[in-house]
Design a binder for this molecule. Structure first.
Ligand code: ADP
Ligand code: MG
Length: 727
């Protein structure tokens, strides 16, 4: 076995199991490192506390005097927990999180020092952020962006740093991060949904979007991962033949969790508890070494922050346990990839889940209203949803014949489909008393019973109703939930706004009763959005054909999919809902195209290097031993040698053919890269997608064939069976 593989495996085998001591109840640990309500009440003046609460609830501005008070109490709390530094924690458009730590420590007078922190430092900072992607919004030489405190997400302490969640904006006002547009979208849905709720319950004054994500990931031994340049540089394997055993026995899914992995999970969960991330579920996933962690759902902004924080934590905790965590959507060929289901719903300040049917006909009409409007919004903006989850790595899942296709459709189950079918036949205009009773009792009234046994879940649907929430399953495991959550909440906000306008005008002009008007509008929406509903197998080829006939988009690759973000219709949507202006939308689009091209460029370079530096020299070495062998046989057997050497000669030829293919394909790929680099924007991304990317598979094919031919002792790269089955 090649030394590098041998050493990596040896290191793994020598490892001691790290024991995790857990002597505290989870509930006692929960949110100990979060500056939450409890901590605020303890540390803040009444005035300061009210200031924060008003900012959270009503979006009021916090004045400087109050900010100073808040800062002082935040500092006291943080110091009591052992913090020494503070940072404005934000989510730049790279999709990761960013932080720059400053010490509380300041010198005063002669040789004296103390811990200081004031309102100014809490509320606003100017990181030297000229290297964050900004899509041309901000001239880099100006570097004028600032971070501003987001009081709706609590500050927390990680290790010894007080982290203050912030938005990142340019001085000209444009958002430079993922969070600002999300907050605006959440405000838009609050406004639209609250207005619609008033038809059913006057007491509703706020609606929160809720999000419960399910994070899938792989854990690979750190030393083994480090022996693979492709994993280290790109987050996935660019080559590697499938191992004889993969996931075909399905013996990993929900199976018992190996001790070393369990220790990692418990350690992670403990950290999550301290930070107030309410993780609840953990289990094995379908592929070997693939797992999932999921929390109790939360208000969407908080849930988005918590997912980003979790991903950071997972990187750190996995290191401690000598693992490398892989968030890439498709780290290994031939076995399942990873996703991040986004469970989404709407919840009122009166404690009602708007996507959960209730006990009274009125509650159910409210449920139907939000249910149908959601379907209509997804129907109208399916292409934008696809765009919101597009990335080079997620392309390996979507449109690659596994978990959700690139076609967006909605699954609601056969029983709710029947309800919608019946509602389609509601008479236009005024309803007779008989019809009203019938509707309320027999159609709408039936809903709660139905949902209790709504068991026909369809796992192949990208957007499925699952009893009391919708589940957007097409989100990639590596991506930040902010993108898809911004889009989903914006389109539904817009839809609810239009719905309200239509219902109001029916009530005014046709003198319909409120219920009649609601039924009338819903009926039209059900008809208009029929083509987005699909109950069948989302992975099948038949659906691709059917979806095309229905006129649904099927954008398999990111550069194509992203176009929807800058369509006239969608820019108008974002502007109308106050979520992003044209400049902000276009800047993001530019950044995403560039990121796409760069990712493919890196993969292409890494594959070229590994093939040339690792694979070909090894293969030639092996081929030489074959040649020596053939020469020896010739010496022994003379002219009869062919009889004994034919297999070897065949191998020598096959190896030469593969080497030739690899070499010429690398040349061609490099030429395509050079051509692609002459372009920018859409053309650059298109070239990487259509001209460069296909070589990745072509080259891999030959390398993977060679892996099967060459002596295992010589093969330099850690193999799939080692990466995936070493516990
Ligand atoms: P699975 O998809 O694995 O079968 P579930 O469908 O039970 O699991 O989904 C579990 C996820 O859904 C959890 O993360 C949970 O927090 C989330 N969830 C449940 N109710 C809601 C809701 N009202 N809003 C948002 N997320 C929710
Ligand atoms: Mg799920």
């Amino acid at each position: 076995m090649a030394t590098i593989r041998f050493n990596a495996l040896q290191e793994t085998l020598n490892r001691k199991v790290i024991k995790i001591e857990e002597n505290k109840k989870r509930s006692e640990l929960f949110a100990q490192h979060v500056f939450n309500d409890k901590a605020m009440l303890q540390y803040m003046t009444k005035e300061a506390y009210k200031g924060v609460k008003d900012a959270i609830e009503f979006g009021y501005k916090i004045d400087r005097k109050i900010a100073d008070q808040i800062a002082v109490s935040m500092k006291s709390w943080a110091l009591s927990k052992g913090a020494t530094h503070y940072t404005h924690w934000f989510q730049p458009l790279t999709g990761a999180t960013a932080e720059k730590h400053d010490a509380f420590f300041e010198t005063i007078n002669d040789g004296e020092a103390m811990e200081l922190f004031d309102g100014g430092k809490l509320v606003q900072q100017e990181p030297d952020a000229s290297s964050f992607p900004n899509g041309g919004i901000r001239n880099t030489f100006e570097a004028r962006g600032y971070t501003a405190w987001d009081p709706t997400s609590n500050a927390f302490i990680y290790e010894t740093t007080l982290c203050i969640p912030t938005v990142f904006v340019a001085y000209t006002g444009e958002a430079l991060d993922n969070k600002a547009p999300l907050l605006r979208a959440l405000q838009a849905i609050d406004e639209s949904a609250t207005a619609v709720c008033k038809y059913f319950d006057k007491n509703v004054s706020k609606v929160n979007a809720t999000l419960g994500w399910e994070q899938e990931y792989f854990l690979i031994d750190k030393a083994l991962a480090a022996s693979r340049p492709d994993i280290m540089m790109t987050g996935r394997t660019l080559l590697g033949h499938s191992s004889a055993k993969g996931q075909q026995l399905e013996d990993h899914y929900f199976g018992s969790i190996p001790t070393r992995i369990m220790n990692f999970m418990r350690d992670l969960e403990q950290e999550c508890m301290l930070l107030g991330i309410p993780v609840k579920t953990r289990h094995n996933e379908v592929a070997p070494n693939q797992f999932e962690v999921a929390p109790i759902f939360e208000e969407a902004n908080l849930a988005v922050d918590h997912n980003s924080l979790l991903m950071d934590l997972m990187e750190k905790v996995s290191q401690r346990h000598n693992f490398k965590v892989l968030f890439h959507e498709k780290p290994f060929k031939g076995i399942n990839g990873s996703g991040k289901h986004n469970n989404w719903s709407l919840s009122t300040n009166t404690g009602v889940n708007l996507l959960s049917p209730g006990k009274t006909p009125m509650k159910n009409l409210q449920f139907l209203t939000f249910f149908v409007n959601t379907i209509k919004a997804v129907h109208d903006y399916e292409e934008l949803i696809r765009a919101s989850i597009a990335s080079a790595s997620n392309d390996h899942r979507l449109g690659a014949n596994e978990a959700p296709p690139a076609i967006i459709s909605v699954f609601i189950g056969s029983q709710l489909s029947e309800v919608l079918d019946e509602l389609e036949n509601v008479t236009k205009g005024k309803l007779s008393p008989q019809e009203k009773t019938d509707l309320k009792l027999n159609i709408v009234g039936k809903i709660p019973e139905i949902l209790l046994d709504n068991t026909d879940r369809n796992r192949t649907s990208p957007f499925a109703f699952t009893g009391n929430k919708f589940e957007l399953r097409a989100v990639g495991s590596w991506s930040n939930c902010a993108g898809p959550m911004t889009v989903l909440n914006t389109i539904i906000a817009k839809q609810l706004k239009d719905f309200k306008k239509e219902v109001d005008s029916l009530i005014e002009s046709k003198e319909l009763k409120k219920d009649e008007a609601v039924f009338n509008v819903l009926r039209e929406y059900i008809k208009a959005s029929k083509k987005i509903r699909f109950e069948g197998d989302g992975y099948g080829e038949a659906w691709e054909k059917e979806a095309k006939k229905r006129g649904l988009s099927n954008n398999k690759a990111t550069p194509e999919a992203l176009k929807a973000k800058i369509s006239k219709k969608n820019i108008q949507l974002f502007e109308e809902m106050g979520v992003m202006n044209k400049i902000e939308v276009e800047a993001r689009h530019e950044i995403e195209l560039e990121e796409y091209a760069k990712r493919i460029q890196i993969e292409s370079r890494v594959l070229g290097d590994i093939s040339r530096n690792h694979v070909i020299p090894t293969v030639i070495q092996y081929q030489n031993t074959l040649i020596e062998n053939v020469k020896g046989l010739k010496e022994i057997f003379g002219k009869d040698f062919n009889q004994y050497a034919s297999e070897q000669i065949d191998l020598i030829k096959r190896i030469s053919n593969h080497i030739a293919e690899i070499n010429s394909k690398i040349e061609q790929m490099t030429d395509e890269r050079k051509r692609a680099n002459k372009f920018s924007g859409q053309k650059n991304a298109d070239a990487y997608c259509n001209k460069v990317k296909p070589y990745l598979e072509d080259i891999r094919y030959h390398v993977d064939k060679l892996e099967l031919l060459v002596d295992d002792n010589l093969w330099p790269l850690t193999k799939y069976r080692e990466l995936l089955f070493t516990k």
